[in-house]
Write a protein that binds this ligand. Structure first.
Ligand code: NAD
Ligand code: UGA
Length: 439
């Protein structure tokens, strides 16, 4: 039997589901509400609708303990004193702003069932000023309930979301109601005991921290990708350069791995939303706009490298693309750089066969084949392109494929095979950010 919930999580996606399961594991009684019938039906059977390491076991554990339930019906949350909102805030394709329609819809639902003095905690990534507007909206809808809005941005990374939930580097809270802030802090008591730093401020600072953090990380990735263009052309090894600069503790070694350009459901949408919002306020973010432009262009840089290897006319060339997800250990393909690279190659007349251990992608406009294995993708290939840093691609026995490819050529966009160069000496092995002539 499930215990009466005191916490509701609205949205059972990457953030909401991890939040719901994580809080249940910390002994809170949680109900998780979603509008997707399919998602809720799966979750009620204990099946995670997303791939995330460790999630399936944790989900079974908290369901068995009776500390979590899943529902389509917001009424199931009427006993809750705290509502964490984790619905999507995707890009509005027309404007570049964050689309807040799911958020406002969730807020209207909460207003209907919440008891007096309940707290609405915004975990979704929202433009600066949104929490203030949500507070105004709730005060209009149900003034007698005195609901309080608290900003609590999420910093988890897909692929290691559970680890990030249980071991956050900081907890950020924003609001103007001291009681509400104290109550949310109490919910996160485990982190306080573990000496995790709490940054408690106003709504605006809290919302800005989230966007600025993602923008800064996107800038770091883009910076190293641009330096990689230089080492690749002039000479040098980008991995050594990353290491050499990252050892300076003022810079730090993380997010200096060269790659196909940042992707995913967050960096592209959040950098665009921040830049768009800033322009609207007349405070253009020039660095951020350059980051977005450089990252958008990366696929053409990669196309040029493919042309260097296969020749200018790519029509009819066969390329095996290894990796479709935006990074390893996730099935998420939202704004994946692999997909924009696949489209760029298809536009040049390349025949693409792509493989990913987890991600699936279909597109009627851009026809390509999704393979069931690395072997299948590489069959008859003129070039194998490693786009996602899955372990399977790091350890795969490429030598076994020598007889089935047209040309023994690999372009590695993640430096996954760098340590295996001697073993793979029968291959023409090319690395992004490394000049093959003087390496
Ligand atoms: P998601 O698309 O995986 O999940 C959102 C869920 O909300 C979906 O299951 C959807 O059906 C549900 N939903 C939509 N409207 C609803 C409503 N009115 N009531 C109930 N459920 C509703 O999204 P996500 O990746 O979890 O992201 C959620 C938010 O968190 C976004 O703002 C995102 O920017 C932010 N964020 C995401 C990550 C990440 O790694 N994915 C990390 C930090 C922050
Ligand atoms: C990112 C942030 O890291 C999280 O802190 C944040 O909560 C989340 O966005 C969000 O706001 O939703 P995530 O999108 O899961 O998390 O992925 P990252 O690990 O940050 O990678 C983003 C992109 O940058 C990927 O395409 C990845 O391949 C690329 N990347 C990252 C590199 O190319 N090099 C690096 O060194 C690091």
């Amino acid at each position: 039997m499930t215990l009466s919930p005191s916490i509701a999580v609205i949205g059972a996606g990457y953030v909401g589901l991890i939040q719901a399961v994580g809080l249940s594991k910390q002994d809170h009684n949680v109900v998780c509400i979603d509008v997707s019938e399919e998602r809720v039906a799966q979750l009620q059977k204990g099946v995670p609708p997303i791939y995330e390491d460790g999630l399936e076991d944790l989900l079974s554990e908290v369901i068995a303990a009776g500390r979590i339930s899943f529902s389509l019906d917001i009424k199931e949350a009427e006993t809750c004193s705290t509502f964490f909102v984790a619905v999507g805030t995707p890009t509005d394709e027309k404007t570049g702003n964050a689309n807040l329609s799911y958020l406002y819809s969730a807020i209207e639902d909460i207003a209907k069932v919440a008891a007096k003095d309940a707290i609405v905690v915004v975990k979704s990534t929202v433009p600066i000023g949104t929490c203030e507007r949500l507070q105004i909206r709730l005060d209009e809808l149900v003034p007698e309930k005195k609901l309080a809005v608290v900003s609590n941005p999420e910093f988890l990374r897909e692929g290691r979301a559970i680890r990030d939930f249980f071991h956050p580097e900081r907890v950020v809270l924003g609001g103007n109601n001291a009681d509400a802030l104290a109550k949310v802090r109490e919910i996160y008591g485990v982190f306080e005991t573990a000496n995790v730093p709490f940054v408690v401020s106003d709504w605006f600072s809290s919302e800005t921290i989230k966007y600025a953090a993602n923008a800064f990380l996107a800038m770091k990735v883009t910076f190293i990708n641009e330096i990689a263009n230089l080492t690749q052309t002039v000479g040098g090894d980008i991995e050594t350069v990353s290491q050499g600069i990252g050892l300076d503790s003022r810079i730090g070694e993380q997010f200096l791995r060269v790659g196909p350009g940042y992707g995913g459901s967050c960096f592209p949408k959040d950098t665009l939303a921040l830049a768009t919002m800033a322009r609207r306020h007349g405070v253009q973010q020039q660095i951020l706009e350059a980051v977005i432009a450089v990252n958008d262009n990366r696929r053409y840089m990669i196309l040029r490298r493919v042309e260097d290897i296969l020749g200018q006319d790519l029509r009819g060339c066969k390329v095996a693309v290894l990796g479709i997800a935006f990074k390893a250990n996730t099935d998420d393909i939202r704004d994946s750089s692999a997909i924009s690279i696949i489209h760029t190659l298809l536009d040049e007349g390349v025949i693409v066969r792509a493989y990913d251990p987890m991600a699936k992608y279909e597109n009627n406009d851009h026809k390509y084949a999704q393979s069931a294995s690395v072997e299948d993708a590489m069959k008859d290939a003129d070039l194998t392109l490693i786009v996602t840093e899955w372990d399977e691609f790091k350890t795969f026995d490429y030598n076994k494929q020598l007889s089935s490819v047209q040309q023994a050529k690999i372009l590695d966009l993640r430096l996954s095979l760098k340590a295996r160069q001697d073993e793979l000496s029968d291959w023409d092995l090319n690395f992004i950010g490394i000049n093959s002539e003087n390496s």
